[in-house]
Design a protein. Structure first.
Length: 716
């Protein structure tokens, strides 16, 4: 098709169905990612009623499109933020359709083109979306085989798919391609009896380490993130922010900002912003606004937080129970009561929350760094009054999320400004805004009362978790008398003075730290090697296998703790994946500084789609885990966040990195599970236990700063 030359990215005059024109669209992305428009798909989605309930569609066409040249476009509402599903999902699609991996192109996180998705979190892409995508591809393959059977005049059983070509096995010269059958159109045929996905024993791509398909773009700097995009007439925005979450705007004098040439003020009630085509002028103008606030602060700070939590009025929920705690207590030779504290944590993604929004013939188009493009679409519908079919959200590459970009405030703000001004608006949060509006990992308290008999068997386990959620709170050990109770906020009695949310393996870090520290305390009191103690109290074969595998990889030599060596073990379960760690640390008793020398990790994640990708995630988890373990915590006073940047919020550095060893257990006969989060959950626990083994000092509050280590050493 001949294309008209057009230098304007925002349409005017004649209405274009696809909104932004192709040439300007490519200019916008700068060639960094590839989006393939499928007209049949766009028309269907645009005609869907806005009030229609949202769920993953059953029509396999929603997941894939076959071009006339045989190129397969895989559609997913999931987004790519470094976890590697841009590669692994393509591996699975290639596997099911029996086409070369290079033939599969990914379209991700586009609400006009992709099937609905709740969001990219919880390590759900491979274990939840993957099976549905594979089932869709399997049906598509079955339909294409039937179409080829009719066209070639041979039984379907006589056909074989070879690299996207259906071949008559008795007459190999007789064949037809997927592209020739589909002709680039939606396939209208469906199967009543759905075929099973490909058997794992026949896999060609799944289970093999393939290089990341986005690697070249990213290492060369050609990948385009939201903040890299530009449009003609685009303005930059800065928004007036309160100094505290407990502040309410009383008045604002914008006269100083108005005096700056090239700056405009946008005001809608208490929502005040400055816009300019020059980013620096917008930065200059926002600080010229003089604002007065009233304050209604919660009487809590990072110093009083955990006591405040324990005194709060709460909802109480017994998550699980077995046996009889009192009966179990009578069987115990030794009983242990401990209390563990966890702080608020920032997500600290290198890329801040960013969005570019503009109107195109009444349709709001938003490019946003978010883990939830469909959630942002619904948010714009709800907040700004657009019909759903008039809101399109597209998520390009995202520079890290870790759960923090499940929120999409910046996307709604950019859309609001685009609606108010009629201009394309780029909104990129500053690092100060990023910390202030972060949905922090929730702080919490865990109290455990447990006991062992004379043989070292755990007989009683009474677990209480306050405000940190129950993910990872499973006992996991073979304890006949156990109870887990969770305590959460009441609407009438808030505990968190600002937003909280998912943070890589949400709350599992907290619960695993508490549980595995308590297990180590009991092992030491029993005079039993901590690995042997765990194996003795476990029936879970997956966990036993992981512990044995990590011990072999680490080169573990048994010893009762504290041994003075600084060696330890911890384990847990997250996202359907079993994980075990061993670590070696060095503690400077004069300064309290902890240096982690070696961490080994073994995980059972079922079938591993891309081992190299999984290895990257394991290493990334262990590296990130060192941050929450050693330095990261948010200091605050009421609703005022005191840490607003990396000058005071210390994330892991390359110089911290220990030797990292990883083992992925061979489980090709099992369903694939989550791999983006599990290896982070036990880092705090394994380092705490290693500090104890080195020094005899037990730490109950994270992170393990030099001050806290020195304080613990005084008690030895």
């Amino acid at each position: 098709m001949k294309e008209k030359d057009n230098n304007t990215a925002i349409s005017s005059g004649k209405k274009e169905r696809s909104g932004i024109k192709r040439r300007s669209f490519v200019q916008l992305l700068g060639g960094g990612i590839f989006i393939f428009f499928a007209p049949w798909k766009s028309l269907e989605l645009l005609s869907a009623p806005a009030e229609q309930a949202r769920s993953l569609p059953k029509d396999y066409n929603a997941f894939l499109h076959i071009a006339e040249d045989g190129t397969i476009t895989c559609y997913t509402g999931k987004i790519e933020m470094g976890q590697g599903i841009i590669t692994s999902l393509a591996q699975e699609m290639a596997e099911e359709l029996n086409v070369p991996f290079e033939k599969v192109k990914m379209v991700m996180g586009d609400t006009d083109l992709c099937p609905y998705d709740q969001g990219t979190w919880g390590s759900m892409s491979t274990r939840s979306f993957g099976p549905r995508m594979r089932a869709a591809a399997a049906e598509a393959r079955g339909v294409l085989v039937g179409m080829a059977s009719a066209q070639l005049g041979v039984p379907a059983s006589q056909l074989e798919v070879r690299d996207g070509i259906l071949v008559d096995t008795k007459h190999p010269a007789s064949k037809v391609t997927y592209g020739q059958l589909a002709k680039g159109k939606k396939i209208e045929k469906f199967l009543d009896d759905k075929p099973a996905p490909e058997d794992f024993s026949k896999f060609t791509y799944v289970g093999k380490s393939l290089k990341r398909s986005d690697a070249y773009l990213k290492v060369t700097g050609r990948a385009k993130y939201c903040g890299d995009m530009r449009l003609p007439g685009m303005v930059y925005a800065r928004i007036l922010r309160p100094p505290s979450h407990g502040a309410k705007l009383i008045s604002a004098d914008v006269s100083g900002a108005e005096k700056i040439a090239g700056v405009s003020i946008v005001r809608d009630g208490d929502f005040i912003a400055v816009i300019s085509e020059n980013h620096d002028k917008a930065d200059e103008a926002i600080v010229k606004i003089k604002a007065d606030y009233s304050f209604d602060e919660m009487k809590v700070s990072d110093k009083t937080l955990h006591d405040f939590m324990l005194k709060a009025d709460t909802r109480v929920n017994v998550a699980r129970t077995s046996g009889d705690l009192e009966a179990g207590r009578l069987l115990c030779d030794k009983v242990f009561e401990s209390e563990y504290h966890d702080p608020y944590l920032a997500h600290a993604s290198i890329e801040p929350h960013t969005a570019l929004a503009y109107l195109d013939n009444g349709k709001m188009i938003v490019y946003a760094a978010t883990q939830s493009p469909f959630g942002l679409q619904d948010g714009i519908v709800r907040e700004l009054g657009f019909a759903r079919e008039n809101v399109r959200v597209i998520t390009p590459f995202v520079g890290g999320g870790f759960g923090g970009k499940g929120a999409f405030q910046q996307g709604i703000e950019a859309a609001r400004l685009a609606k108010l001004t009629g201009k394309p608006v780029m909104l990129a949060w500053t690092r100060d805004e990023e910390f202030f509006y972060d949905t922090f990992h929730p702080a919490g308290v865990v109290k455990i009362n447990s006991g062992i008999d004379k043989s070292g068997k755990i007989q009683m386990w009474d677990y209480h978790v306050y405000f940190s959620g129950t993910r990872g709170s499973d006992t996991i050990y073979d304890v006949p008398n156990a109870k887990t109770t969770s305590y959460s906020e009441k609407d009438t009695s808030p505990v968190h003075p600002f937003g909280t949310g998912a943070w890589r393996a949400p709350n599992n870090n907290t619960n695993t730290f508490a549980r595995e520290s308590q297990i180590d305390i009991m092992a030491s009191a029993a005079g039993i090697d901590p690995l042997e103690f765990r194996l003795t109290n476990l029936k879970d074969e997956k966990m036993i296998d992981c512990l044995k595998a990590v011990a072999e990889k680490f080169g573990y030599v048994a010893g009762k703790s504290p041994s003075g060596r600084g060696i330890s073990v911890a384990c847990g379960i997250d996202a359907g994946t079993w994980v075990a760690h061993m670590a070696e640390v060095q503690v400077d008793k004069a300064t309290g500084k902890v240096r982690v020398l070696h961490i080994a990790c073994a995980q059972d994640m079922g079938l591993c789609v891309n081992p190299e990708g999984a290895l990257m995630q394991m290493e990334g988890c262990m590296t990130m885990g060192l941050g929450y373990t050693l330095t990261e915590e948010i200091h605050f006073e009421g609703g005022n966040i005191l840490d607003r940047g990396f000058d005071s919020y210390d994330i892991p550095k390359f110089s911290w990195l220990p030797k990292l060893d990883c083992v992925i257990l061979d489980r090709k006969d099992k369903a694939p599970q989550g791999g983006g989060e599990p290896a982070i959950i036990a880092i705090g626990a394994v380092v705490a236990n290693a500090i104890y083994d080195a020094t005899g000092a037990r730490l109950y509050t994270m992170p393990f700063t030099p001050e806290r280590v020195l304080e613990a050493l005084k008690k030895v």
